[in-house]
Ligand binder design. Structure first.
Ligand SMILES: Cc1ncc(COP(=O)(O)O)c(C=O)c1O
Length: 388
């Protein structure tokens, strides 16, 4: 990143942590295949297992329950397997919340038509009564609910969700990709049976992630078949450098989490206090517990796509809704599920901070925001507010 840029899109991807870069550079010097039994192979295996222990420790899991994948999308797809179960009971239906990432909403490997959707409140929090209703009387389901939403930052009420799911003999998958390194949690505290993680949201490289399993789970069908890597749960020679970078990034993120996040939350709160001064601006999900680094702000009349370009020209990188859907002039499915109309949903801008965000980044961002908001004609603004 160049010095004159301000990066406020950390929920899309974070910069690589120096610890991750160093671990990856060292791993790339190794020649061995981690499955080979000679010294070179054992050295590569050592790095993979060291990283596995670091990832496992971060979420309170046993290292053997961590399966490395090519990222969060693969971890989510691997988790959503029909036929998962405990003992002889097998699960054939999937329930997902309406605000999940696209990689969960598509239903993994569940057949089309066997996926039910749980509603969320206006603040983007899963409706527990609706979940109870969906699970009542039906076959046991695999339920997939994220810990923190990537667009709003809203935290979901786990382990209350886990209690409901397990009372209905179901299994719970938690996409914790946005939460790892930002808020403390363990797999046990969540009450989850499967947890997805991704390296590039906390300072590791893109293209590496993990699915964390629990002992009692049976029936996980591999997505990739071939060699016996990852205890037969994911074939293919491991991405040694990427995995080493993931491990180093997780360790660094966990070590600095408490102080980094307290500082980041203060910055975010100052940012929001200033954004609120613009008449008509709305901070979405502001009244529920949220990630400390995320702000989703909307200003009816200011189109998000235009605003993102305006910010970019001012040297500030932000996102319109989720990065995966930016570029398309379509309201985010998250805001639609929360009941916002297209006018507000299409003006939502996500500002997400990270460990190197500074006071001057917030000042630059606010300067660009005031300019963009000031350019709105009074008429545009009033028309949009009436429609909203
Ligand atoms: C909540 C959530 N789940 C899943 C993913 C996908 O992860 P990856 O980019 O590693 O495939 C993302 C990334 O945008 C995310 O924010």
């Amino acid at each position: 990143m160049t010095a004159d840029r301000v990066y406020l899109d950390w929920n899309a991807t974070t910069p690589l942590r120096p610890q991750a870069r160093a671990a990856m550079a060292a791993a790339m010097e190794l020649a061995g295949n981690p499955s080979s039994i000679h010294a070179e192979g054992r050295a590569a295996r050592g790095l993979v297992e060291q990283a596995r222990a670091m990832v496992a420790a971060a979420v309170g899991a046993a290292p053997r329950n961590v399966v490395f994948t090519s990222g969060g999308t693969e971890a989510n797809t691997l988790a959503l397997t029909p036929g998962l179960g405990i003992g002889s009971q097998r699960i054939e239906q999937l329930v997902v919340s309406a605000i999940e990432h696209a990689s969960v909403l598509t239903g993994g490997r569940f057949p089309h038509g066997s996926v039910a959707t749980v509603q969320v409140s206006r603040e983007g929090v899963v409706d527990l009564d609706h979940l109870r209703g969906l699970l009542a009387g039906g076959h046991p389901a695999l339920v997939s609910v994220m810990l923190a939403n990537n667009e709003t930052g809203a935290l979901q009420p786990l382990p209350a969700i886990a209690e409901i799911v397990h009372a209905a003999d179901g299994l719970l998958h938690v996409d914790a990709i946005q939460a790892l390194g930002k808020i403390p949690f363990t797999v046990n505290e969540l009450g989850a049976d499967l947890v997805s993680l991704s390296a590039h949201k906390l300072g590791g490289p893109t293209g590496v992630g993990a699915l964390v399993l629990t002992e009692r789970l049976a029936g996980l069908e591999p997505l990739l078949r071939g060699g016996g890597q990852e205890l037969g749960r994911r074939a293919g020679t491991e991405n040694v450098a990427g995995i080493a970078g993931f491990g180093a990034a997780v360790a660094a993120a966990m070590a600095g989490m408490e102080s980094d996040m307290a500082r980041i939350e203060n910055l975010r709160n100052r940012l929001e206090a200033n954004l609120r001064q613009t008449e008509g601006s709305v901070i979405i999900a502001e009244s529920v517990p949220r990630l400390p680094n995320t702000t989703l702000v909307a200003l009816p009349g200011l189109r998000a796509e235009t605003a993102v370009i305006g910010f970019d020209l001012a040297g500030v990188a932000v996102s319109s809704g989720s990065a995966c859907s930016s570029g398309k002039v379509r309201a985010s499915h998250v805001l639609e599920a929360m009941g916002f109309g297209p006018e507000l949903a299409q003006s939502a801008i996500r500002l997400s901070l990270g460990w190197s965000s500074s006071e001057s980044d917030i000042d630059r961002c606010l300067k660009a925001w005031r300019k963009l908001a000031g350019n709105l004609t009074k008429r545009d603004h009033e028309t949009e507010l009436e429609r909203f």
